[in-house]
Write a protein that binds this ligand. Structure first.
Ligand SMILES: NC(=O)c1ccc[n+]([C@@H]2O[C@H](COP(=O)([O-])OP(=O)(O)OC[C@H]3O[C@@H](n4cnc5c(N)ncnc54)[C@H](OP(=O)(O)O)[C@@H]3O)[C@@H](O)[C@H]2O)c1
Length: 338
């Protein structure tokens, strides 16, 4: 590579105390430096957005270190290698890794999320969600923690989101009765019409408490919770005996640290109904990713799992893409295409 390239990137400028927005990041440009031996240069084409990215901005103890002030904002991304001084990676190969909110990334193949090559024949964005952490989260959370059985009632919050919609479709494949909680008529209609959910609750227009009573009173065998807060409280009182609650996320908190939500007031239902409630982090399943990826690829290939993407165009959109997850602006996996 002989031409001079200019990289556009977003770095963390200040830690948000409440909601995240553009003002917390700095948009910077820099000349791409020459590669050292053992490095390669990736031109990012898709950047992935997860609610967890908001959590990584908090300077608190967590499962990953916080993003440092001045550091390129951390995220998964997929792109093409355009130059390489690494014997295992060649120019022209497609890869995904934690390349961050920027146009060009220099990597040595290691990192918080190690670089993997994207197999031929699949859309370049899919390893960022359905064959990546999103799909793996749905797979292990539902199957390993939730232990669903045919005929059981499975309730999912955040049901129209990237993770939730995958969970629901796997549960349907297993013969479960699937009920989704999502925001807005369009998302709820999609869950019924396209994904075959058995019932939906629009938490933005109806009382969740009342709807749960009508749709699954005291009969939830498995609750896959992406939201927490009041929705978790309402689900707790409708659990069946020996039910399981999988704590995948708690997006209703906004992953803010300044004002924490109240704890679940109905937690004694766990005792009364002999339920099990457990959280997990998908990164702990890394040894089993190949098995899960293979199954997810087969389901997608057979048309048994539908995939939806929500794409914003241009690196400039990154802050809005992250903030939009917390207002439900994404309808499908949130990506930025460069
Ligand atoms: N444990 C793990 O290892 C792990 C890994 C990945 C993701 N997660 C968790 O999985 C969940 C989903 O992540 P994702 O990447 O698939 O994002 P996503 O579901 O595609 O997007 C987030 C969705 O959350 C909903 N939402 C936002 N604020 C809400 C609120 N106050 N109340 C109810 N719903 C709200 C919105 O949908 P509506 O329009 O329906 O409101 C929004 O579209 C998150 O909680 C995330 O932290 C956990």
């Amino acid at each position: 590579m002989t031409e001079t390239l200019t990289n556009k990137k977003w770095t963390l400028g200040a830690r948000p105390e409440t909601s995240v927005s553009r003002e917390h990041f700095k948009f910077e440009t820099e000349i791409v430096r020459p590669l050292a031996d053992g490095e390669f240069l990736v031109k990012n084409q898709y950047i992935a957005f997860e609610p967890a990215q908001r959590g990584w901005l908090n300077d608190v103890r967590s499962y990953l270190p916080p993003v440092a002030i001045g550091e390129v904002m951390r995220s998964g991304a997929a792109g093409e290698i355009i130059a390489s001084k690494h014997s295992d990676y060649q120019a022209g190969e497609l890869v995904q890794g934690s390349f961050g909110w920027q146009e060009y990334a220099i990597s040595d193949g290691t990192g918080l999320f190690p670089v993997t090559k994207i197999p031929a024949g699949i859309p370049m964005s899919y390893p960022l969600h359905i064959f990546g952490l999103t799909g793996l989260t749905a797979y292990f959370g539902l199957l390993d923690l939730g232990l669903p059985k045919a005929g059981e009632t499975v309730l999912i919050s955040g049901a129209a989101g990237a993770t939730g919609s995958t969970v629901g479709q796997i549960a349907k494949l297993l013969g479960c009765r699937v009920i989704g909680i999502a925001g807005g008529q369009a998302k709820c209609q999609w869950l019924i019409d396209e994904l075959g959910y058995d019932a939906v609750i629009d938490y933005k227009s109806d009382s969740v408490e009342q709807q749960l009573q009508e749709v699954c009173k005291n009969s939830i065998d498995l609750f896959f919770d992406n939201v927490g807060g009041e929705i978790l409280d309402h689900a707790l009182v409708n659990m069946a005996n020996n039910g399981r609650i999988v704590l995948c996320g708690g997006i209703s908190s906004g992953y803010q640290v300044k004002e924490l939500p109240p704890g679940p007031k109905n937690y004694m239902q766990l005792v009364i109904r002999r339920c099990h409630m457990e959280g997990f982090i998908v990164l702990d399943y890394v040894d089993r990713y190949p098995e899960a990826r293979e199954q997810l690829m087969q389901w997608v290939d057979e048309g048994k799992i539908l995939v939806k993407e929500h794409i914003l165009e241009g690196i400039e959109q990154c802050p809005e893409a992250l903030a939009g997850l917390f207002s439900g602006q994404n309808f499908g996996k949130q990506l930025v295409k460069i």
